[in-house]
Write a protein that binds this ligand. Structure first.
Ligand SMILES: Cc1ncc(C[n+]2csc(CCOP(=O)(O)OP(=O)(O)O)c2C)c(N)n1
Length: 437
């Protein structure tokens, strides 16, 4: 292996097929020992197979880049692409039957998440906001669809990419914005920021920088609800890589064992920083991991808010009835780079020319924008009018502007505040205090 040419020793393609995953691996990547990476995107010309989840299209890709020749070949690689329109069917009918106000609230949540985050992005790029931010844009149908199926006092645990979850759970936008400006008036007094923002008043048990921690935290909240007999439900959000952490199966298995009222929502955006899902996921879908537990474990189009809502509604009913957990995997796509803003500019949506994905792929997913699809669905079925949607958009824009004004005008925390809300009280500790007695 000293020559770095793994391909001569290991045929990755054959290896994966030998794993019993023949034709079942979601994305396979061809890697050769060339210096400059290129990504081939066979897109629509590619033959379709039955490998895609219902309603989605298989799209073949391959990557040629440094790292050793693993003999992965064009055509081995599959990603899934949803249709441009929300398909007719049971999920669409379930949502169409909701009261008009609820339909508009779902739209408000998706729209607010997108525009609030766009404004944060622009603030960051211009240097007005500090610290890391990881964009959720493109995935709004998952957070909004799931949260629309919850009661206000249900729990939610989030990830390193929290915008969708905290907005959809119903946070006070002013306090959330102030938190990201690190102001005293922030939800977590300016000390939580992106990776530790927490809003217990709405059952939002925190974003989290530890990938995969959300599974256990939600299972714990669900356990507490069970013990207290409160009938509350807990939802854990996590990415595809979070589902590859050892905590994941352990949390789902224990929740199944104790029939905990918890829902595990896997936001599968195909990307683990810049590693494609193919090299980390040995099964066709992540929902396959938990099929043997005899719990509902399904994959849905995560850019279709009706599909997400319908799946979440059933999972919530099951959890509240005491029948235990469910797993929902939503196939989606993040529009931006993993962290921060490579490939994008203020006022523009999407990140391009990134070395690990093609612009064509990004544009195909942006053409399946969950907001645009939902808006078209509402209008085509005549469930709302253009005027209704314009009203929601204007209100949301006003609320976002007010939130940013509030944040900018808020004071920063006093230095002394750094010693508050911590386990230590700041007083000197006697050398032998911990060993006395
Ligand atoms: C326990 C742990 N391992 C690794 C990291 C570094 N890390 C931060 S985000 C990330 C990728 C997470 O991917 P995924 O769960 O698929 O979520 P996505 O970023 O795609 O939304 C990694 C590896 C971390 N923060 N915590």
């Amino acid at each position: 292996m000293a020559d770095g040419n793994l391909g001569s020793k290991l045929n990755r393609r054959a290896f994966l097929k030998a794993l019993g995953a023949a034709g079942a691996t979601t994305v396979l990547t061809s890697v050769t020992a060339q210096a400059a990476p290129t990504i081939g995107y066979l897109g629509a010309q590619a033959p379709l197979t039955g490998d895609a989840p219902p309603g989605m299209k298989a799209v073949y890709i391959y990557t040629v880049g440094p790292g050793g020749n693993m003999n992965w070949q064009p055509g081995d690689a599959i990603k899934f692409l949803p249709p441009e329109k929300i398909p007719a069917g049971k999920a669409a009918d379930t949502v169409a039957a909701l009261p008009k106000q609820k339909l508009l609230d779902i739209y408000r949540t998706m729209f607010t998440t997108r525009k609030w985050e766009n404004a944060l992005k622009d603030g960051w790029i211009k240097g007005e906001i500090y610290g890391a931010w990881l964009m959720y844009a493109g995935q709004e149908a998952i957070s909004s669809g799931v949260m629309a199926a919850l009661n206000p006092d249900d729990y939610c645990t989030s990830t390193h990419r929290p915008a969708g979850h905290i907005v959809a759970k119903g946070t006070d936008l002013k306090k959330a914005t102030a938190e990201l400006y690190l102001r005293k008036t922030g939800i977590s007094k300016g000390k939580g920021h992106r990776a530790n923002i927490t809003d217990p008043s709405i059952g939002f048990l925190g974003s989290n920088g530890i990938v995969g921690s959300s599974w256990f935290l939600a299972a714990g909240a669900a356990y507490s609800a069970r013990v207290r007999g409160s009938k509350q439900v807990a939802v854990a959000f996590g990415g595809d890589n979070a589902a590859n952490q050892s905590y994941y199966f352990s949390a789902v298995r224990n929740a199944t064992l104790y029939k905990l009222p918890v829902i595990f929502v896997v936001e599968n955006n195909f990307q683990n920083v810049f590693t494609p899902m193919a090299v980390t996921v040995p099964s066709k879908q992540i929902s396959d991991y938990t099929k043997g537990l005899d719990i509902p474990s399904l994959t849905v189009d995560g850019n279709d808010v009706t599909a997400v809502y319908a799946a979440a509604k059933e999972a919530v009913a099951r959890a509240r009835a005491g029948d235990g957990p469910s797993v929902i995997e939503g196939m989606t796509y993040r529009w931006y780079d993993h962290g921060m803003f490579a490939g994008t500019k203020p006022g523009e949506e999407g990140a391009f020319k990134l070395p690990y994905r093609t612009d064509a792929e990004v544009r195909e997913w942006m053409a399946r924008d969950p907001l645009v699809r939902y808006k078209a669905f509402l209008l085509e079925r005549k469930l709302v009018t253009d005027g209704d949607l314009a009203g929601v958009e204007a209100d949301a824009q006003k609320a976002i502007a007010a939130a940013f004004d509030f944040a900018r005008a808020s004071p920063v925390p006093d230095p002394q505040a750094g010693l508050e809300d911590v386990y230590a009280d700041g007083k000197p500790v006697a050398a032998n205090q911990f060993f006395a007695g």
